[in-house]
Design a protein around this ligand. Sequence first.
Ligand code: C5P
Length: 396
Amino acid sequence: MTRRILLGVCGGIAAYKAADLTSFLVQRGDEVTVIMTAEAEQFVGALTFAALTRRHVYASLWDAPESIPHISLVREADVLAVVPATANVIAKFAQGIADDLLTNAALAARIPMVVAPAMNEAMYEHPATRENIRLIESRGVTIVEPEIGFLAEREFGVGRLAAQPALVAAIDAVFERKRDLEGERVLITAGPTREAIDPVRFLSNASTGTMGIELAREALLRGGEVDLILGPTTVAPPRGARVVRVTSAQEMYEAAMARFVGADVAIASAAVADWRPNKSSLQKVKKGDGPSLLALERTPDILASLGERRSGAFLVGFAAETEKFEEYAREKLRSKHLDAIAVNDVRNAGIGFGTGDNDVVMLWGEAGRRELGRASKRTLARRLWDTLLEIRRSRA
Ligand code: C5P
């Protein structure tokens, strides 16, 4: 099948490299349609892309308006790749500003997006740009990081458009992604819970929900329908998931039970508080009246309850341990009636909790074991799904 690539070209000196990329893609048989911004036309002529693609080059919203190009172009493509992407266009993507054809098309795009920033180092490192890139990435856009190298200002720095093989690999990754959750319902719990002591104080933990959010993102990319039950976190959930925001373990329990009906896969990645104060005050407790001891009671075990009432769903747990990881995890695998458990070693700083990397071992059955290695949570989410679906297939 021909790959249909919609290529957005923005106004930067690296725009000439987009012509080379177009040539490469066309030669290997891809169908490339180019949208240029007005600024891009200052750097390269539309004629260059028209000749390379043998297709009309779109440069304005008012260009062939009868075809409603900002909608039709993204509907008729498999991926929108923006090469090079300027700081300005990335900022517009982040804010949903649509003031030309490319930004309108990006706002209307339900297809995967690949964005390759290229700009001056100071602009790239500006907190506004960093934040905008992080934001669009959190929504599922693939960022092809710029390289460090010689810049147009005749100095070395970061901001040089990624080399062509990296651009091609990022575009190809979109096509290689398996749609192996098509038609399936996935339930994911993620994040910490907060157990109130009084209206302003609570017991909680350091979880940010990132691992579960990445698992949800990956499930959506694979075609799954995702219910994400998310505890308090500032990390943004992926677009397309049905998100239920909860605060306490009790609320998470109720939301998870309600959404479990009909789920094909359930992954409990939430770091649910194990205990809560046995009573919480409706008014803020004054310093002087504070209890010197806090009486605690157990919270409901969500995953164990799912394990008791499951009917055909593939059930996956997480275990974060600081010692005897695999031994403890195997015990949970059995006692909570799970199909698989992902174990993280949270002894080391920089791993496990928070938004950084993770290091995961997957356990299943009597002796099933696979090291998924240390990587970003996004990469691990991909490996986790690959492994889970493989285990499920081997059971069927
Ligand atoms: O807390 P524990 O180590 O037993 O957590 C193991 C697994 O059980 C995790 O997947 C966690 O999300 C889940 N869990 C839960 N409800 C709890 C405690 C843990 O769903 N109250």
